[in-house]
Design a protein around this ligand. Structure first.
Ligand code: FDA
Length: 370
């Protein structure tokens, strides 16, 4: 078989790797000038910079952990973000360190009592009507005002009163002194960066990679050529020229800069949770890998949430009813009109996939298809 894989991100590369392993030919086309999609890392001043946002690999799936470890050695990085609220520093996720800093409480019982007290002081409806009511009913006033409200409003570009309550179903409270953001069994950052993983996946005589090549520049030609199947990891609505309407996204703007200091903020990830700071996060990339970087140099990225339009990168699908049912219609259209095309990955399936889920989905497809 000869597959055309559109997109050299984690999904496309995993499928290409598996297909080539079974003796199939694969042509990978990529519209950007580099491989690896959003997990692309680039070395600047000896630091592996995450060019499309911080990427921390975490999973509880042992088989996926073993799979990814074929392509890289992972370090023991544990994600422990810091929140900066108007200059006050708190640990995330919400845990005993956070509660101690907020209220001086020292035991889990005191912390639970404080949260209950704050919740009880509020006169909230039984069924929350919006995100603000939902968050207040789960966390009480202090945590909501200092650590949730501003960040969430910046993230979605709307007042918490105008956001649906389902965005926050539960809050990750932890009544231990544990700043590890994830609950997963395995976690780390690949030594040497993520791009090397994708390079290794695509390293085969049977795989041909073409950069700066947009599927839509020659769509008809690709559809009518001799490829046995197309694996499409771009946007499903764009594939059909948006004929049923546009799926909606949130976008992000990343501003990356080199600075002449050794250590800018003392942590890889700092979230700015107040409303007046325009960015949501500052990433200092050298802290993902201990001992990295040239002396006296660091690289930081400010992350600004943005509205999406067709000129901007689509990052987060907006999972409301309208988009869910539109996506379903595109899937039905694909079954009728694009029988030779398989839609995969975060854009093809209009889903927020963590990296482990992306690999799992690509391996499941490989098992079915190859
Ligand atoms: P991806 O978008 O990476 O690849 C698709 C590729 O297709 C791109 O290279 C694109 O250029 C190309 N393409 C699209 N249209 C094309 C066309 N018409 N022609 C040719 N090429 C085309 N996960 C996690 O586990 N831990 C984390 O910490 C994070 N952090 C994180 C931060 C941010 C800001 C985001 C947005 C996402 C994360 N993720 C994450 C999720 C992670 O990025 C995600 O799981 C993978 O990148 C998905 O890989 P895909 O291959 O599906 O898409």
């Amino acid at each position: 078989m000869h597959y055309l894989v559109v997109g050299s991100g984690l999904f496309g590369a995993t499928f290409a790797h598996e297909a080539a392993k079974k003796g199939n030919h694969v042509t990978v086309i990529e519209k950007r000038n580099h491989i690896a999609g959003n997990i692309y890392t680039k070395e600047i001043d000896g630091i592996n910079v995450h060019m499309y946002g911080a990427h921390i690999f975490h999973t509880s799936m042992k088989n996926i952990w073993e799979y990814i470890n074929q392509f890289a050695e992972f370090n023991n990085y544990i994600n422990s973000p810091i929140a900066n609220y108007n200059g006050e520093i708190y640990n995330l996720p919400f845990n005993m360190n956070t509660f101690n800093k907020l209220w001086g409480v020292k035991t889990p019982e005191q912390a639970q009592q404080k949260i209950e007290e704050q919740k009880n002081e509020l006169d909230l409806p039984k069924n929350p009507n919006n995100l603000e009511e939902q968050a207040l009913s789960l966390a009480g006033t202090d945590i909501y005002e200092k650590l949730i409200k501003g960040y969430t409003e910046k993230q979605w570009g709307r007042s918490a009163k105008d956001l649906p309550s389902f965005i926050i179903r539960r809050l990750p409270f932890r009544f231990t002194y544990d700043n590890n953001y994830f609950n997963d069994r395995y976690q780390g950052i690949p030594e040497g960066g993520y791009t090397k993983i994708i390079e290794k996946m695509l390293d085969s005589d049977l795989i041909d990679v073409q950069l700066n090549t947009d599927f839509f520049d020659k769509k008809e030609e690709y559809l009518n050529s001799n490829y046995d199947k197309i694996i499409f990891t771009g946007m499903i609505d764009q594939f059909f020229n948006y004929e049923l309407g546009e799926l909606e996204y949130r976008s992000l703007k990343f501003e990356t800069e080199e600075i002449d200091v050794d250590n800018y903020q003392g942590n890889a990830v700092v979230n700015y949770t107040d409303a007046s700071t325009p960015y949501t996060r500052v990433i200092e990339h050298k802290h993902f890998e201990i001992g990295k970087g040239d002396k006296g140099k660091t690289v930081i990225t400010h992350e600004y949430p943005q509205n999406w339009n067709r000129d901007k990168e689509p990052y987060y699908p907006i999972n409301n009813q309208k988009n869910k049912s539109l996506y379903k219609k595109y899937v039905e259209l694909a079954e009728k009109k694009a029988k030779n095309v398989i839609f995969g990955g975060r854009l093809g399936q209009y889903r927020y996939y963590n990296m482990d889920q992306t690999i799992m989905a690509a391996l499941q497809l490989s098992k079915k298809e190859l």
